[in-house]
Design a protein around this ligand. Structure first.
Ligand code: BES
Ligand code: ZN
Ligand code: ZN
Length: 498
């Protein structure tokens, strides 16, 4: 990640390789007008042109980027990300985007860190001499230093906000890495180990971690996680992270529980998916990635709150030992569930995770899951569905998302769906409704059975967890890390209420 600095300097004298200038719609283009007009720059939001400065400013290259007349923090976050992602062959960049507040400075810093993300772990060097075993050819320069021009540069609150942005963006980028890992390289035990490594990094001793293997899961009656993981030769895991700040008398702090769906690969199991739908199913652990990354970020920020997080990890595979449609699973807490479709596996692992969360006795619980294709049909690829048993908390979640720049929208849990969930003829609950209409609602109604009266919100991130198109704003191709920023924001607001 590049180093981010703040400066009150004038853009004309900034000494970076490239100067990025945000131009608000209908703003007077000044000295840049001839070049911008020549390049057909109209100032449309996110339009970007790059040209040699020819002595107009100290930087050798100018990048102009279009902004709305009154840009939001999210507009600035996206513009900063787009600029650092698209600029090639420069190592230092100055951003002149005119932030109007410390929050906007932080949004720009966050955009820089999110926009410089790339998943390169499996890329060989682009070097024709590689086969010959010769030395690697020079790679294009990476951006190592970014300076944000702002009148707030000397305020300590701005420096603090920029540090916070970096901590949060680091967590988002780790969640992206985990989602992007090939599924064969991140099976449940490997994912649990990666989580332990990340939680332990930087000596963050305020986070305690526990990993349950399949034997422990058996002892703890986690029939949902075991039932889903049974078809795989890489057995399931449950990872429990708990954070409470060392310095405070933890008893009075608000307590938030988080639960994440961590299906390291979703083949559908015996109700196997068609090949095309299976292609991206390494994404099916994005919920677990988000809750873990957010927990570590919250700990690194030292927020005055307690967090208990559960990552429910399993690989959903078909085999002679796999759970069959028609089987009945006994979940933690004793409820029995008739399985109708082994591809609706997320709700089964979450049921155990939610029961464990309830046992921890928090004030609220949030689960994050790539749960249903139906939610993608309803809300598209950029918006998370929010389903809840506590409208006030649901609104607080959506508000936190909005202020973090993540798009979330409420969906209802209807009585009709709650009745259907209770309509199994041989067990307490049925896992799946063969009629696909309202699939996201049915899934949430099923989860609701496991939270009782506890204030709960379910985030269905099936759409926004993975970008199959091209990069835009601060969204890269592949894993997006969606949910992390909102979860940190929810925690930070709950922490502020005490
Ligand atoms: N992991 C999928 C949901 C999904 C679909 C996530 C597309 C991301 C993109 C989930 O386990 C699943 O397979 N759901 C089924 C449920 C159905 C069998 C009731 C679905 O959505 O088709
Ligand atoms: Zn599935
Ligand atoms: Zn799934």
């Amino acid at each position: 990640m590049p180093t981010v600095k703040l400066s009150t300097a004038k853009s004309a004298t900034a000494s970076a390789d490239a100067l990025v200038i945000g131009i608000r719609h209908d703003e007077d283009k000044g000295d840049l007008a001839p070049s911008l007009d020549l390049l057909g720059f109209t100032g449309e939001k996110s339009q970007m042109v790059v040209f040699p400065s020819n002595g107009l400013v100290k930087a050798k290259v100018i990048a102009a980027i279009g902004l709305p007349a009154e840009p939001s923090a999210e507009d600035l976050r996206r513009a900063a990300a787009q600029a650092v992602r698209s600029l090639k062959n420069v190592s230092s960049v100055t951003l002149d985007l005119h932030p109007a507040s410390v929050d906007e400075v932080a949004a720009i810093a966050e955009g820089v860190h999110l926009g410089s993300y790339a998943f390169t772990a499996f890329k060989s060097a682009k070097d024709s001499s590689r086969k010959a075993g010769r030395k690697k050819a020079a790679e294009p320069a990476e951006i190592t230093e970014v300076t944000i021009l702002t009148a707030f540069a000397r305020q300590t609150s701005a420096a603090t906000a920029v540090d916070r942005a970096q901590t949060v963006a680091e967590a988002v980028n780790v969640a992206r890495d985990w989602v992007n890992m090939p599924p064969g390289d991140l099976r449940p035990a490997a994912f649990a180990a990666a989580i332990s490594d990340f939680a332990g990094e930087g000596g963050s001793t305020d986070v305690k971690i526990q990993v349950w293997d399949e034997k422990r899961l058996e002892k703890e009656d986690c029939g949902g996680i075991l039932g889903v993981g049974r078809g795989s030769d890489s057995p399931p895991r449950l990872v429990r992270l708990s954070y409470s700040p060392a310095a405070s008398a933890s008893k009075d702090l608000p307590h938030l529980a988080l639960v994440g769906k961590g299906i390291t690969f979703d083949s559908g199991g015996l109700s196997i998916k068609p090949g095309a739908s299976m292609q991206t199913m390494k994404l099916d652990m994005a919920g677990a990635a988000a809750v873990v990354a957010a927990t570590v970020a919250i700990a690194r920020l030292g927020l005055p709150i307690r967090i208990t997080a559960f990552a429910c990890l399993a690989e959903n595979m078909p085999s002679g030992g796999a759970t069959r449609p028609g089987d009945v699973l006994r979940m933690r807490g004793g409820a029995t569930v008739e399985v109708h479709n082994t591809d609706a596996e997320g709700r089964l692992v979450l049921a155990d995770g939610l029961t464990l969360a309830v046992e921890a006795n928090p004030d609220h619980v949030v689960d994050v899951a790539t749960l249903t294709g139906a939610c993608v049909v309803a809300l598209g690829n950029n918006t998370t569905g929010v389903l809840t048993n506590d409208e006030e908390f649901g609104e607080a979640v959506i508000d936190a998302a909005h202020s973090s720049g993540e798009s979330m929208w409420p969906l209802p849990i209807t009585e009709e769906m709650q009745d259907l969930v209770r309509s199994s003829s041989i067990a307490d609950l049925r896992q799946h409704n063969p009629k696909p209409a309202g699939g996201a609602l049915f899934a949430a109604a099923f989860l609701r059975e496991f939270v009782g009266e506890l204030s709960w919100a379910h985030l269905d991130i099936a759409g926004p967890s993975f970008n199959e198109g091209s990069a835009h704003g601060h969204t890269p191709v592949g894993g997006t890390g969606v949910g992390v920023r909102t979860l940190v924001q929810i925690a930070s607001r709950l922490a502020d209420t005490r």
